[in-house]
Design a protein around this ligand. Structure first.
Ligand code: CP
Length: 303
C-alpha cells in the first residue's frame, strides 16, 4: 500500500517486514550517532488536528533520525480557526513541496478521505475511534521483544474498547500475527457484536488477567463520549482498575502494557505502571524505531 491508513490494509508479511526493519533501526538509534541518511531527500509534514505527546514527538524523532526535512502543524495554532478546510490546509502545505503527511485527526476515516484528494503519501497517526496503526505495530513489536514471539500469546485489552482506535488496531495486528485476543470491560464500553472480529469477551477483570500473558490497559476516552459516562471514573477504578494486590495474586506473572497517556489511579495504579512487569516505557522507546521502519518502507515504495 502507498499509504499506512490502517492495520486492516496490511498483512502478516508486511508487519514482519516492518519489525525486521525496525530491529535494524533500533540498533542505529542506540549508537552514539543516531542518524542515517535514508530519507535525506524527503520532506514530511506532521499534521495534528488533535493533541498528542508520544505519537507527535516519536514521528518527529523518527523522521529526523532518517534525515528527512520535517515541518510540524498543530491545528490549534493554525488558520483552521479562520475557517480553512482540511483539503485546503493540506494542499497548501503540499504546495511547499512536501512528500509525505503524518496526520492525526478527531474524525474516523479522515486519512482515507484525504488520500482521495491529495497526491502525497499519508501515515495515519490516529483517526477518531477508527485506527492507530503505528501504535498497534509498536505494541506488537514490544510483545515480540519481551516474549520472543507474538504468535500463540494471549493478550487481553482492558477498558474503553468502544471509543478506542488503539484497541481496534491492536486486535487486527495481534490476530494477523497469530495471537489470541480478549477484550475486557463494562458492557457499556464493549461494542456489540465484537465477537464477530474473533475476540473473546470477558467482563470480569480477574478472570481476564488469569487467562492472559499480556494485559494492555486502556484509558477511558472521555473526549469521545457525548453521553454521561457509565460507570463513573471512580466506579471504573473499583471494578477494572489494576492494582498491585490484584497483580501479585494472579496465577502467573503477566506483562503490563499501556499506550499512554496514563490516568494513574483509574485504569492502573502507580505501583503497577512503574513495576518490573510493566513495559510501558519500552513501548514508547520502540515507537521511534517502528515509525522509522514505516516511513522508510513507504518512501522506498514510492521510489
Ligand atoms: N499513545 C498515544 O497515541 O499517545 P499520544 O496521544 O500522546 O500521542
Amino acid at each position: 500500500t502507498r499509504h499506512l491508513l490502517g492495520i486492516k490494509d496490511i498483512n502478516r508479511n508486511d508487519i514482519e517486514l516492518i519489525f525486521e526493519t525496525a530491529d535494524n533501526f533500533k540498533d542505529v538509534i542506540n549508537r552514539p550517532i543516531k542518524r542515517v541518511p535514508s530519507l535525506r531527500d524527503i520532506t514530511i509534514a506532521n499534521i495534528f488536528f488533535e493533541n498528542s505527546t508520544r505519537t507527535k514527538l516519536s514521528f518527529e524523532l523518527a523522521e529526523k533520525r532518517l534525515s528527512a526535512d520535517v515541518v510540524n502543524f498543530a491545528a490549534s495554532s493554525s488558520s483552521v480557526s479562520k475557517g480553512e478546510t482540511l483539503i485546503d490546509t493540506v494542499n497548501n502545505i503540499l504546495a511547499m513541496k512536501v512528500d509525505m503527511v503524518v496526520m492525526r485527526h478527531p474524525y474516523a476515516g479522515a486519512g482515507q478521505f484525504l488520500s482521495r484528494h491529495i497526491k502525497a503519501q499519508i501515515v495515519n497517526a490516529g483517526d477518531g475511534a477508527h485506527e492507530h496503526p503505528t501504535q498497534a505495530l509498536l505494541d506488537a513489536f514490544s510483545i515480540r521483544q519481551k516474549l520472543g514471539d507474538v504468535a500463540g500469546k494471549k493478550v487481553v485489552i482492558v477498558g474503553d474498547i468502544l471509543h478506542s482506535r488503539v484497541a481496534i488496531s491492536n486486535i487486527l495486528c495481534l490476530q494477523k500475527l497469530g495471537a489470541e485476543v480478549m477484550v475486557c470491560g463494562p458492557t457499556t464500553l464493549i461494542p456489540k457484536h465484537i465477537e464477530s472480529l474473533g475476540v473473546k469477551v470477558e467482563h470480569n477483570l480477574i478472570k481476564a488477567l488469569n487467562w492472559c500473558d499480556v494485559a494492555n490497559m486502556l484509558r477511558i476516552q472521555l473526549e469521545r463520549q457525548d453521553i454521561k459516562y457509565f460507570p463513573s471514573l471512580r466506579e471504573y477504578a473499583m471494578m477494572y482498575g489494576l492494582n498491585k494486590q490484584i497483580l501479585d495474586n494472579l496465577d502467573k506473572e503477566i506483562v503490563i502494557m499501556h499506550p499512554g497517556p496514563i490516568n494513574r489511579g483509574v485504569e492502573i495504579t502507580s505501583d503497577v505502571a512503574d513495576s518490573k512487569q510493566s513495559i510501558i516505557l519500552e513501548q514508547v522507546e520502540n515507537g521511534v524505531a517502528v515509525r522509522m521502519a514505516v516511513l522508510y518502507l513507504l518512501a522506498a515504495q514510492n521510489d
